[in-house]
Write a new protein. Structure first.
Length: 390
């Protein structure tokens, strides 16, 4: 499987590929568009994806052509991930329905030499918020469909051997998506990726039971593409808030990371500070983010989605903290089952030496610096040890 991947990557020398997408020159001229509408309403969530509009979407690749954007090899190289894993299930919560999800995922995984992940072989399951395979939500929203494609592709990139459970909520109501979160856990998932959020509001603490009452489950939430603002549930003290970085090739071929200017972060207006946080940025309130990973659309992931979005379909480059959250969920899954009775968002704080400390870049009013900082948290994973209880 990986021999095919290596051969295809060698062939990419003649193609506009992810090295080009991640170059400083490319970043300076990047144009990207949010794929979900920011409702600014606490009862309605919006996804945290940004699609590149300055790179043409390609429905069918030519022989020996690779899609632009990063793929599994870049993700594994950047974060020191193993290719083999325990085959854990990563759940994804999403609003609405993507009718092309399975066939599009097949194209993605075949392109990068990954083993098939289908309903027939048990690797892929799609259920509604009640846990049933039908009826799935009737509504097809192109933005949320792209989000769903990004999520399954990102989990595949980080953890190729993981099984994927997609829970499709009937709407983008926060209550509906939280029902999907509950269902993901009821289905047995120990790792739940959530690439959506809503504005904070004074009553959000009453919803924390969805996470507080489920220790031993790693919930990852996108911190937002809001450039320094906070979102809920990312601000919950019981979830891993995932911030965004710019992941760039350096002149030596290795990767460098800086805080992405669009990454959501800061002091929660309402949530108390968890016991494991000791930063001085928000003395009494929850600080986001906890950890970070690639999110800048200039250095985004190659994603395959054939539900047309504003006339675009096929291979595209997609970023946002919606990319970072499923990447980190896949890394948690590679790290192993969380310890019973613990909250996995606390693990990175106990193992800062197992993260790349990101010290450059700003997002909103905060900048990255030595040690913990709001835009990037503890940092980006350096292997898997920092995502384990001990």
């Amino acid at each position: 499987m990986w021999v095919r991947l290596i051969k295809s990557l060698v062939a990419a020398a003649v193609v506009l590929a992810s090295v080009v997408a991640g170059s400083p020159a490319a970043q300076s001229r990047t144009s990207a568009q949010p794929v979900c509408v920011d409702t600014r309403a606490p009862d309605r969530a919006f996804c945290q994806s940004l699609v590149r509009t300055d790179v043409p979407a390609i429905r069918v690749l030519q022989p020996r052509q690779l899609p632009a954007g990063y793929g599994p090899q870049e993700i594994h190289s950047a974060y020191g991930l193993p290719y083999a894993g325990p085959g854990a299930t990563v759940a994804i919560t999403i609003a609405y329905h993507n009718p092309n999800l399975e066939s599009d995922l097949a194209v993605y995984r075949s392109q990068f030499g990954l083993a098939p992940c289908t309903k027939a072989n048990g690797c892929l399951r799609v259920v509604n918020q009640s846990g049933q395979p039908s009826p799935l939500p009737a509504t097809v929203d192109p933005g949320w469909a792209m989000e769903e494609a990004l999520d399954v592709d990102a989990v595949s990139a980080a953890c190729p051997q993981c099984r994927i459970l997609v829970v499709e909520a009937a709407s983008n109501l926060t209550s509906s998506l939280l029902a999907a979160v509950d269902q993901a856990v009821a289905q047995g998932a120990k790792f739940v990726a959530n690439s959506w959020g809503a504005s904070e509001y004074s009553g959000e603490g009453s919803l924390d039971f969805h996470f507080r009452n489920r220790p031993g489950v790693a919930f990852t939430f996108a911190s937002g593409d809001t450039g320094g603002q906070t979102l809920y549930p990312s601000a919950s003290p019981y979830v891993t808030s995932v911030g965004g970085t710019t992941l760039s090739r350096s002149s030596t071929g290795r990767f460098a990371e800086s805080a992405w200017s669009g990454s959501g972060n800061g002091c929660s207006a309402f949530e108390p500070k968890p016991l494991f946080q000791h930063d001085g940025f928000c003395p009494s309130k929850r600080t986001t983010a906890d950890v970070s990973a690639d999110a800048n659309p200039a250095t985004g992931l190659a994603v395959y989605d054939t539900v047309p979005f504003n006339g675009r379909s096929g291979w595209m480059i997609v970023g946002g903290t919606s990319l970072a959250a499923p990447l980190i969920a896949g890394m948690y899954a590679l790290a192993g089952t969380p310890a019973a009775g613990t909250y996995p968002n606390s693990y990175p704080y106990a193992h800062p030496q197992n993260f790349y400390d990101i010290v450059t870049g700003c997002a909103g009013t905060f900048c990255a610096g030595t040690g913990y900082d709001p835009p990037t948290g503890i940092g980006a994973p350096r292997g898997l040890l920092g995502l384990r209880a001990s």
